[in-house]
Design a binder for this molecule. Structure first.
Ligand SMILES: [Zn+2]
Length: 201
């Protein structure tokens, strides 16, 4: 399957340039919706949930949820969900992405915000390629969460009824879009109190 990598790179450059630190996701959500519309996703397929009314910290908007109806031979297959988060850590505000050879670098002295505008780029490009190539696919939900960096608040408070009961979900917030983690050996919980100047979420 061929992918329009130039268009995908353009989308990522566009998303990296929009400030959207944790809790302030309105502008990046607007940019993502504009890119989805340009890719052929109708406006009525996109909406926000009311997660921000349940998050105790000030949050500009709810999670952005996009529903793509199934197409062709796979139209009645179980729904799949692809999710990511729209916010960046505060260090990323003011990033100025620039293409340098095969890399995207930052001209400003901030963090770039690849975490997680890469995820946003992946989800929008997924929708764009399915539409452009008229590929058969099951019903799909795209979920763009708010306030991940400050404590997974968007995912924690998502309106589950708005997701269309997906049979399986994939979260894009790791190192590579092509590697999939499907299990963990366990989990451990601990608390730490850190003193000093905040440098990350
Ligand atoms: Zn992340």
């Amino acid at each position: 399957m061929s992918v329009d990598t130039a268009a995908a790179t353009d989308r990522l450059m566009r998303f990296l340039a929009v400030p959207g630190v944790t809790g302030q996701e309105k502008a990046i959500a607007r940019e993502i919706m504009a890119a989805l519309k340009q890719a052929g996703v109708p406006a009525k397929a996109m909406r926000f949930d009311d997660a921000n009314t349940r998050i105790a910290l000030p949050t500009e908007t709810g999670n952005l949820i996009v529903e793509l109806p199934g197409r062709g031979t796979m139209r009645d297959q179980p729904r799949l969900m692809f999710m990511t988060h729209m916010d960046t850590v505060p260090l990323c505000a003011g990033a100025q992405p620039k293409i340098s050879g095969r890399k995207i670098v930052n001209q400003a002295k901030t963090a770039l915000g690849g975490d997680n505008r890469c995820g946003c780029g992946i989800l929008v490009s997924l929708a764009a390629e399915l539409i452009r190539q008229k590929l058969d696919h099951p019903p799909i939900t795209l979920l763009f969460c708010v306030r991940e960096e400050s404590g997974l608040h968007g995912a924690r408070h998502v309106d589950l009824n708005a997701l269309g009961a997906p049979a399986m979900a994939f979260n894009f917030d790791g190192s590579s879009a092509s590697s999939i983690t499907i299990a963990a050996v366990g989990a451990d919980h601990w608390e730490a109190e850190i003193f000093g100047r905040a440098s990350h979420a």
